[in-house]
Ligand binder design. Structure first.
Ligand code: HEM
Length: 173
């Protein structure tokens, strides 16, 4: 493994450990203002996650037009890898961690709307995992999916996001 790659893994691990330590300390302390602050950070994390999930398939659409090995193709590979690792992955972890804490703290775990929301977020996380696989396929010049396929894939997170936001804001059941 290259020194630079090892350094990047250590840096990411340290960042995650510090964030987890701050999160744990705040949860143990449990001040009364914590719920609203965690909710604000949950929404910020959701925005970052969704921005990445909507932009990544657009990159795939344009990447399909670039010949493997071309300068454009290599540039798209870097953009896709950075978007996934620096934004989409950490944002998803933060969304889950904060969302689960909010649900536990407010006692929402027996509510129907949360069950439905969780089911849709699991599907969204699956789409996330699939997109990570697409990034790997492009990185290895092994993409076999069409532009049309990625255009349709682009609509899936949008639809899930609309349903998830309605469930949590309206809480219809
Ligand atoms: C990862 C699993 C998730 C869990 C367990 C979760 C859980 C929660 C909980 C318990 C709240 C507080 C609700 C309240 O105070 O009334 C909340 C707020 C919110 N969540 Fe999530 N959430 C998750 C993921 C998401 C995702 C993926 C989205 C959007 C795509 C989202 C959008 C929102 C929004 C917009 C609010 C603010 C609602 C309000 O204050 O009226 N959440 N979430």
């Amino acid at each position: 493994m290259q020194v630079e790659t090892r350094f990047r893994i250590i840096r990411a691990g340290a960042g995650l450990a510090i964030a987890a330590a701050i999160f744990g300390a705040l949860v143990l302390w449990g001040p009364s203002w914590l719920y609203l602050w965690f909710k604000a950070f949950h929404i910020i994390a959701v925005i970052a996650w969704m921005a990445g999930m909507l932009y990544l398939p657009r990159l795939f659409v344009y990447h399909c037009e670039a010949a493997p090995g071309s300068v454009q193709s290599e540039t798209f590979k870097v953009m896709e890898r950075r978007l996934l690792r620096a934004i989409i992955n950490p944002a998803m972890i933060a969304t889950w961690a904060l969302g689960l804490w909010l649900a536990w703290d407010a006692g929402f775990f027996s509510d129907g709307w949360l069950h439905a929301k969780l089911a849709l977020v699991v599907v969204l996380s699956g789409v996330h995992g699939f997109m990570a696989r697409c990034v790997r396929d492009f990185a290895n010049d092994q993409n076999v999916r069409s532009q049309r396929y990625y255009r349709i894939l682009n609509e899936v997170p949008t639809l899930l996001m609309i349903l998830i936001v309605i469930l949590v804001v309206v809480k219809p059941f």
